[in-house]
Structure formats: C-alpha cells, structure tokens
Design a protein around this ligand. Structure first.
Ligand SMILES: Nc1ncnc2c1ncn2[C@@H]1O[C@H](COP(=O)(O)OP(=O)(O)O)[C@@H](O)[C@H]1O
Ligand SMILES: [Mg+2]
Length: 238
C-alpha cells in the first residue's frame, strides 16, 4: 500500500509563533485517519500548515512520495489535495450553485457540470437548494455544501476540520457516513474531530495531539477500547 501523506518532524505556526512542535504522522492510500485532542493544541494549525495556509518552520511533508514541504495552496490543489476549514467554509452571500462553481474555478465547463452533478448525488439534500443563498442553509446543509465544494476540484486526498461540530446527532452520523463513503471513490481522508467516538468508529487509525505534539497514535479500535483514552478524550463531547 502506498503512502499518501508522510509528515516528519513538522514544526510551524503563524509567522514566528510556533504552535506545532515536531509532528510525525502518515496517511496510507484509502485510509480514514482521525486527529483528536484538546482545544488549542494545534489540530487546525496542522491542517493549515499542510495546506499552505500557515507557516512551516521545519520538517518535511511528502505527498505521494513527492516533497511538497512549504508548497503554495494552489499547487497542492493541483496535486489533488482539498481542505474543508473549521469555520467560514462557505460563501454565505452566494447561492449553493455559485459556491459549487467557485470550488471548480480551475475546471473546464464540462467537467465542472459533471462534478456538480456528482456532488448532488452524494448530498441529495443540496439539489433542491441550488438557487438558495448559502446563508439560508441549516448547519448540516452548510457542512454538506462545504464538503461538496472541496470535492468539486476532484481531489484524491481530503483534509477536514471538525465537519460535525455543532450539528445535530442525525447530521453528525450522516456527514461521517458520507465522508467514509468517499473512500470507495479512492479518496483518502485526514479528519480533525471533537466527536471522537463517532469518528474513530469509522477510522482506521487515530492520533492524539497535545501541546503541538503527537502524544498517542494507534488503531482506531485500540483507541476506542483503551479506558484511559476513553475517559480523557472520548467522553468529553458525548
Ligand atoms: N491566526 C492565528 N494567529 C496566531 N495564533 C493563532 C492563530 N490561529 C490559532 N492560533 C493559536 O494557535 C494555537 C492552536 O490553535 P488551533 O490550531 O486552532 O487549535 P485546535 O484546532 O487544536 O483547537 C492556539 O493557541 C491559538 O490561539
Ligand atoms: Mg480547531
């Protein structure tokens, strides 16, 4: 099995401010990997550094064996990486259709139409809302739109930051099931989640971050069954 992402000794943050203190992490092809950890420990910062949106100080990032350390976001998108931010992940004043079109701004018109149709098949709830403003969507629908928008660029590797935060249990389950399904389309997934139990239940492996470091990594199953991890993290948001 090949490795989609191989991060070694990654240090970084915002300008000179260092938040990540040496992260080692990998994602194999077709894997669903979840990162959990307390608020403020650097989970979002890690995804932002990977996607060229925050500063890398040291360390290497390999994508499909190529060194992409410090690459610009647009070049990472061209390589098939997509990212769904934790907040502000749709344009509220644009319609659902326009949001999706924005996600495919680099695609030819024909391909864009096909990709929008594919997004509608995946999230049928969005289809009747195509002409509504994104601002009018519920939290769950907004998250579906954000994920669809990221998928329009036809990625093979998706980074997601807390896609189920503040959603109803029904939507949490649905969104995680949808993300899990992406693997059948050949998309590998790296996810940051507060709903650790729900997400690990669908994951192959997990990492726990604390203070900008990895403090634990193992199979999702072992994490779900470890009483110490269960007490400390998994119960936090259930
Ligand atoms: N744009 C920013 N500039 C400076 N510091 C930031 C910025 N965004 C987040 N931070 C700081 O980085 C640390 C890690 O934040 P974050 O990665 O968002 O944590 P998490 O996602 O694990 O809750 C926090 O101390 C936070 O205050
Ligand atoms: Mg965060």
């Amino acid at each position: 099995m090949s490795t989609v992402l191989e991060v070694t000794g990654l240090e970084g943050g915002y300008g000179y401010v260092q938040i990540l203190n040496g992260i080692d992490l990998h994602v194999d092809e077709g894997e669903f990997v979840t990162i959990i950890g307390p608020n403020g420990c650097g989970k979002s910062t890690f995804l932002k550094v990977l996607f060229g949106l925050a500063t890398r100080h040291k360390g290497t990032v390999l994508h499909n064996s190529a060194d992409v350390s410090g690459w610009r976001t647009d070049r990472l998108v061209d390589r098939g990486i997509a990212y769904v931010p934790q907040v502000d992940n749709v344009f509220p004043s644009l319609s659902v259709r326009e949001n999706l079109q924005m996600g495919g701004i680099r695609l030819a018109a024909k391909k864009l139409t096909a990709c929008i149709e594919r997004a509608c098949r995946m999230f049928p709830d969005l289809e009747p809302r195509m002409n509504d403003l994104a601002a009018a969507l519920s939290g769950g629908e907004r998250q579906m739109l954000a994920i669809s928008r990221a998928l329009i660029s036809d990625p093979t590797f998706l980074l997601l930051d807390e896609p189920t935060a503040a959603l109803s249990p029904k939507y949490q389950q649905q969104i995680l099931a949808n993300i899990d399904e992406l693997r059948t389309q050949g998309i590998s997934v790296l996810l940051v989640e507060q709903n650790a139990r729900l997400s690990l239940a669908r994951s192959d492996r997990g990492y726990i971050f604390s203070g900008g470091k990895v403090v634990y990594t193992g199979s999702a199953k072992s994490m779900l069954n470890d009483p110490d991890i269960g007490d400390y993290f998994l119960g936090l948001h259930q």
